[in-house]
Write a protein that binds this ligand. Structure first.
Ligand SMILES: [Zn+2]
Length: 213
């Protein structure tokens, strides 16, 4: 199940613990990692923060061409000589025709993800579909009121519980939700899928690695 079709336009793949690729009128990677040879080049790379499970400069290079826009926190994008686009939480920009809003990603109770670190998530509108990629965050007040069609939510002991992730998915109006972080077959994953289904939200198993096309 490496590939799915979101709504009518946007295809996605998940790979690594938290990497996502969206294919619609542009090819957009969020936190490219565990990239296999032959993977399509990105029009846009969005980076969420500098943790090693998310940020791999080698993998960013693998999916980048001279035209690729690399966007994210200044501390991450500053490492590249490509077309850098620094983002801060709350900013909205149109990137190659794709609407991108950066949302804050942090956990008030987690020393690994303090607000001051400037971690980001993204609300992307592409192909007529709004997709939320939360980054490493708890359900923080700034996320209240956001709406999207599909979302990638971090379910892990130090980020969101399955229950809080599904509650956020419901509040955001998500029709489709996929996990990041939780291991395949884990209790967290089972809980998330069961709770999401009860809310009428389609939920998919995470892919442990990028699958060859
Ligand atoms: Zn992190």
């Amino acid at each position: 199940m490496p590939e799915n079709k979101n709504a009518s336009f946007c295809r996605w793949r998940r790979f690594g613990k938290a990497g996502v690729r969206l294919d619609a009128e542009k090819i957009l990677y969020i936190d490219p990692i565990v990239i296999e040879p032959g993977a399509p080049k990105a029009d846009i790379v969005l980076l969420t923060h500098g943790h090693a499970e998310h940020f791999s400069p080698d993998d960013v290079a693998k999916v980048s061409s001279a035209q690729t826009v690399v966007a994210g926190p200044a501390a991450c994008v500053g490492l590249f000589r490509l077309n850098q686009l620094p983002f801060e939480a709350g900013e909205s920009k149109t990137v190659l025709g794709v609407s991108v809003m950066a949302t804050p990603a942090y956990c008030p109770d987690d020393a690994r993800h303090p607000k001051e670190a400037g971690g980001l998530g993204y609300l992307i509108e592409m192909g007529g579909v709004r997709i939320f990629c939360a980054g490493d965050t708890a359900v923080v007040p700034e996320l209240r009121g956001l709406k999207a069609d599909a979302g990638f939510l971090p379910v892990a002991e130090d980020l969101m519980s399955a229950r809080t992730a599904v509650a956020l998915a419901r509040d955001m109006g998500l029709r489709m939700a996929a996990l990041t972080h939780a291991e395949p077959g884990s209790a967290l994953e089972k809980d998330f899928i069961e709770l999401a289904q009860r809310e009428g939200i389609a939920a998919w198993l995470p892919e442990p690695a990028f699958a060859a096309a």
